[in-house]
Design a protein around this ligand. Structure first.
Ligand code: HEC
Ligand code: HEC
Length: 182
């Protein structure tokens, strides 16, 4: 199980989960469950990790459905409210695609995005073209990724977060759970 391994590694790396040390780690379902639970508990208390979980764990169903069909339903915390509003009012010409929605659905999604939009330093200003991938923090966090890597067939675009961040759909972008496909 890739995810639980990643979580165990994360627990060990942060040094905050005593039971995740090799000496006490047993290949045992129940123990693994405890380690997993404790790792998840850390998400709430370790700022560095909390910082890489973005937005509410359960997205609005309409958002997941309508905005997750062509790409990841990006965590709302990755853009400021002004960017989401601009995106939601320009859906007929959405990065070369028509992503238009019926009025009531568009409004429901727009309201939800605004309510859960980023308000930390990552979302201090609108990035160019309201693209997450053009934000200064995104460039900084990904400077180790070579330009050619982004266009690998298994990745295609920097907006394809889930290619490298296995937990992206759950809003988990922890740097210890990153795997770059060949
Ligand atoms: C018909 C397909 C389609 C649908 C539906 C769709 N998108 Fe997109 N979206 C795209 C394409 C294509 C891009 C550009 C991808 C690229 O350049 O890598 C994009 C890019 C984005 C980006 C910028 C990603 C980046 O590069 O940082 C955001 C944010 C976004 N979409 C939000 C939404 C929202 C919100 C919805 C729902 C209202 C939505 N999308 C629905 C096709 C779609
Ligand atoms: C080509 C693979 C790849 C893609 C695609 C990718 N990332 Fe990353 N991401 C990385 C790597 C590598 C790091 C840095 C890990 C490190 O510092 O050790 C990273 C770091 C991050 C971090 C910082 C995590 C932390 O713990 O500080 C965030 C947040 C993040 N990415 C979000 C995203 C988002 C959002 C997308 C999609 C819009 C995305 N990434 C697309 C590879 C990728």
């Amino acid at each position: 199980m890739i995810m639980s391994n990643a979580l165990k590694v994360r627990g060990r790396n942060t040094g905050s989960v005593a039971v995740a040390t090799p000496a006490t780690r047993a290949p045992h379902r129940a123990l693994a469950g405890i380690v997993l639970a404790l790792s998840l508990a850390c998400v709430g208390i370790a700022p560095a990790i909390a910082d890489s979980r973005l937005g509410p764990a359960t997205p609005l169903p309409a958002y997941a459905q309508e905005c997750g069909s062509c790409h990841l339903a990006y965590p709302p915390g990755l853009l400021p409210a002004a960017s989401w509003q601009a995106l939601m009012t320009g859906l007929t010409r959405h990065f070369g695609s028509d992503a238009s929605l019926d009025g009531p659905v568009a409004r429901e999604i727009s309201d939800w995005l605004s309510a859960h939009a980023g308000n930390g330093k990552r979302a201090a200003e609108r990035p160019p073209n309201d693209r997450i991938t053009r934000a200064a923090w995104f460039t900084r966090k990904h400077r180790e990724v070579a330009t050619a890597t982004w266009s690998r067939p298994a990745i295609r675009s920097s907006g394809n977060c889930a290619a490298c961040h296995r937990g992206a759909a759950q809003g988990d972008f922890d740097e210890h759970a990153v795997t770059i496909p060949k």
